[in-house]
Design a protein around this ligand. Sequence first.
Ligand SMILES: [Zn+2]
Length: 51
Amino acid sequence: MFAASAPGTKTVKTNKDRCKLCGRDFASAEELSTHNRLEHSANAYSPAGVA
Ligand SMILES: [Zn+2]
């Protein structure tokens, strides 16, 4: 039998606002967004387009 994967079994506070690039956890999605812009700005804009 397959394990019953109940989505609401444990109310564990999952860190959904985690940076997948460096693995840091953030209290809110806004902080994560800001972090991505500051720390991983190269991910948004191509560094090859430096004028
Ligand atoms: Zn990061």
